[in-house]
Design a binder for this molecule. Structure first.
Ligand code: 13P
Length: 253
């Protein structure tokens, strides 16, 4: 079992409103009393970073950290609609998701672009949560390992020795938002592949790189996933929008 502290990250995706965010976050902050057992982060839509940052700051003591869902590959300039890492930092962001499959699929993000974004985040001291994962067709064609290794290799290649500062999230595309979850054994076997790849690239320090599982993780299946030796936390979509579910996943970790 990897001894690293687990990380439970909520990805709110494009959900929420000023009113519902306050209710959700306050319930999470109120219910989250065992502060040292694992780390927790909520990755919220950019327009709500300021709101959530204030709510977290107002809480007397909270381990809940703030995350963004994407960042620009550029530092600044004429990139309409984009948000730079230095802007995210001004709003208290310490984690940022990069290469989520929804960005790869709907915004045509390539392995190379994802790697540049990860490098940009690291350069600013923000931890990138680098997502990798295969589609249903790729799994059926026996390509799972090839795909996730290719996606991670692009990041390893670009960020070099800083690789130990990233978080990896294995999110099989076929398990996202579908209610289909990878079995603990299926997830563990891919996590072991990723761990071996990180070990080869970074040596011993790879042991402290957290590899999260994401894809229909919920209050009932979290425990069996989180007790696998190479699963160091979760990246939670739907269940992170319900305070009680998110809190029970945190409790499992
Ligand atoms: P679900 O938990 O809703 O399947 O989403 C997973 C995910 O994409 C988290 O980034």
């Amino acid at each position: 079992m990897n001894s690293v502290k687990k990380l439970i990250a909520g990805n709110w995706k494009m959900n929420g409103s000023l009113e519902s965010n306050t209710t959700l976050l306050k319930s999470i902050l109120d219910g989250d009393t065992r502060a040292d057992a694992c780390d927790a982060v909520v990755c919220v839509p950019s327009v709500y970073l300021s709101q959530i940052n204030s709510l977290i700051q107002d809480a007397a003591s909270s381990r809940v950290r703030l995350g963004a869902q994407d960042l620009s590959a550029h530092e600044k300039g004429a990139y309409t609609g984009e948000i730079s890492v230095s802007m995210l930092k001004e709003f208290g962001v310490s984690f940022v998701i990069v290469g989520h499959s929804e960005r790869r699929q709907f915004h045509h993000e390539t392995d190379q672009l994802v790697a540049i974004k990860a490098e940009r985040a690291l350069g600013a001291g923000v931890t990138p949560i680098v997502c990798v994962g295969e589609t249903q067709e790729e799994r059926e064609a026996g390509l799972t390992e090839v795909i996730v290794k290719r996606q991670l290799a692009a990041v390893i290649h670009l960020v070099g020795h800083c690789i130990s500062e990233i978080v990896v999230a294995y999110e099989p595309v076929w398990a996202i938002g579908t209610g289909l979850t990878a079995t603990p054994e299926q997830a563990q076997s891919v996590h072991a592949v990723l761990r071996a790849q990180l070990n080869a690239a970074a040596g011993d320090v790879a042991q402290r790189i957290r590899i999260l599982y994401g894809g229909s993780m919920n209050a009932s299946n979290a425990k069996s996933l989180l007790t696998q030796p190479d699963i160091d936390g979760g990246l939670i979509g739907g269940a992170s929008l319900k305070a009680l579910d998110f809190l029970s996943i945190i409790a499992c970790a």
